[in-house]
Design a protein around this ligand. Structure first.
Ligand code: ME8
Length: 530
């Protein structure tokens, strides 16, 4: 099956911080899960470059060459993701020719559908959001997301998109596809926005008012509103307007992962734009004539940093590459995806990160691997030579061979529903049981009286560890490889089996040698993180 997933394309008015890393890491974990399952994955991220915010940041930095600025910043984003091991398939910049070609085609389609009309717009504009604001959006006269920024009074002739014409179609789509807006609480919020507040929107700005933006086809006096152009990145990256075969293969998107700040754009404006263009452009229609709409938008919550909003002016916009010297990037990935329910807000602090590093990673996962590999080497000279399917000859509270397939079902469900936090929670619950099983069976004592039962106990946990290595792969790819190596297995050979075949009880060959264990998560006294 194909699986197309996207992150927002980020503004390049600054370098990435932990909030951007959060979205991108979550998307990376989901992309890795789908690849393990054998899906034809297309994982996209990129940069939103036709924004006035970028120009303001460039000017603030005392620069004047916009092309050079955008090139440099796009490279900073690209190289950050590369350093963090993010497994993207494509990186789109909205100043690329392939994007411009698709935007032009799309604009013409919306125009041909009769949904664009010139009107005079008088009202407020927030450059922070790159969005038009109405009274009901404001808190004490300010944009709630950018309370320090003055709103611009705008009075100009613009092209308007007949968004409200799509109210009924949008509501019908949302109701018929409950999975479209996730989590559920967001769906209710968007539903009432569409039903009660959504109005037609200006989708262009006067050339004399803005210094960047894609020209409106056929109207030299206007530039396309940055959000109208930005949303289209998801299509132009998969070939809309340039590569029909690629577009047919990867569109529609299966998942747009976004932060809660930009959900309205993704769940109202974006599908309505597609509904409109699809009336004219057959590429955007399914065989039954319906528009090819994205399948799911998942909006996650916001991270604060040690209790504070992450912002450049507070000086806490930490570069994710510098977050965790000494503990490794897998630990940060684990922390971010585990600490808060995906969809809710939460806090990132060095203390909590180090707590989880010590408790969940070093003590629970790391120790289990270390102890069981060491005991198997000592008592059985490697992987115990036993029939892994035979029932244990002693009474125990945990039966790995039964528990692990159930765990796999939960992990599948977690990753399939864009809930990596739930997948991790289930894995750690099982890890606690595995540790308890060792406490309970006490192989170091049992070996004196019942060496065969000991061998079976150790095999069961070693095989369980092989399953854990598979299941943590999407979130902790490097750790998974280390665990496979500790089991004497070649990670690539394991992955070549495929997710379902790899996760069958008994995959660990009895009698195989085990290399000397090394701590997976070495103790660190302190880190300079955060
Ligand atoms: O909005 N916690 O770009 P942007 C969690 N260019 N996530 C956070 C975060 C935080 N503190 N801060 C930022 C734009 N994010 C547009 C998008 S898409 C067609 C155009 C993440 O650079 C989160 O995913 O302001 C949020 O939605 C996104 O960064 C906003 O990035």
């Amino acid at each position: 099956m194909k699986f197309t997933l996207t992150t927002p394309i980020y503004y390049v008015n600054d370098k990435p911080h932990i909030g951007h890393a959060y979205t991108t890491i979550a998307a990376d974990a989901l992309a890795r899960f789908h690849r393990l399952r054998g899906d034809d994955v297309f994982f996209l991220t990129g940069t939103d470059e036709n924004s006035q915010k970028n120009v303001q940041a460039m000017e603030k930095a005392g620069e004047s060459d916009l092309v050079a600025y955008l090139d440099r910043m796009a490279n900073t984003w690209k190289s950050t993701w590369a350093e963090l091991g993010i497994s993207i398939d494509d990186f789109i910049r909205t100043t690329e020719p392939r994007h411009l070609a698709g935007v032009e085609r799309f604009w013409r389609a919306v125009e041909a559908s009769g949904d664009l009309e010139k009107r005079t717009y008088t009202g407020l504009y927030c450059t922070g959001c790159e969005g038009f604001k109405v009274e009901s959006d404001l808190v004490q006269g300010k944009c709630p997301l950018h309370p320090n920024k003055e709103l611009d009074q705008v009075a100009e002739e613009n092209w308007f998109f007949a968004l409200s014409k799509y109210r009924d179609d949008l509501l019908a789509y949302v109701d018929a596809h409950p999975e479209f807006i996730q989590p559920e609480a967001r769906r209710n919020e968007i539903r009432s926005y569409i039903a009660q507040f959504m109005t037609d929107v200006s989708v262009s700005r006067e050339v004399k008012k803005v210094s960047v933006g894609i020209p409106v086809p056929g109207d030299d006096s206007q530039r396309i509103y940055v959000w109208f152009d930005a949303l289209l990145n998801y299509m132009t990256a998969v070939g809309y307007g340039t590569d029909e075969a690629r577009f047919a293969r990867y569109w529609p998107a299966d998942l747009h992962l976004v932060g809660k700040d930009i959900i309205k754009f993704h769940c109202a404006l974006w599908p309505a734009m597609i509904m409109s263009a699809a009336k004219h452009d057959p590429m955007l229609r399914n065989a039954d004539g319906s528009p090819k709409l994205p399948k799911m938008v998942f909006a996650h919550g916001f991270f604060t940093l040690a209790g504070q909003k992450i912002s450049k002016s507070l000086g806490n916009a930490v570069d994710p590459r510098e977050l965790a010297p000494g503990i490794g990037f897998d630990a940060v990935r684990y922390f971010l995806l585990r600490e808060i329910a995906f969809g809710e807000d939460g806090d990132f602090s060095k203390e909590r990160l180090m707590e989880r590093y010590g408790a969940d990673l070093a003590n629970t996962l790391g120790n289990l691997v270390n102890r069981v590999v060491a005991m198997s080497r000592k008592y059985c000279d490697g992987v115990p030579k036993v029939d892994g399917a035979a029932p244990l000859p002693i009474e125990t509270s945990w039966h790995a061979a039964e528990d692990l397939p159930e765990l796999k079902t939960e992990v599948d469900a977690g990753f399939e529903h864009a809930r990596p936090d739930q997948a991790l929670e289930a894995i750690w619950k099982s890890l606690f049981q595995a540790n308890k099983f060792i406490e309970e069976t006490q192989p170091f004592k049992l070996v004196k009286e019942q060496p065969e039962a000991t061998a079976q106990v150790l095999y069961a946990v070693l095989e369980a560890i092989r399953w854990y290595a598979w299941m943590v792969t999407p979130v902790m790819p490097e750790t998974a490889r280390k665990i496979f190596a500790q089991l004497g297995l070649d990670a690539d050979a394991e992955y070549a089996k495929g997710w379902d075949a790899g996760l069958k009880w008994g995959g660990l060959p009895p009698g195989a040698p085990l290399p000397e264990p090394k701590p997976l998560f070495p103790r660190v006294e302190s880190t300079d993180a955060v």
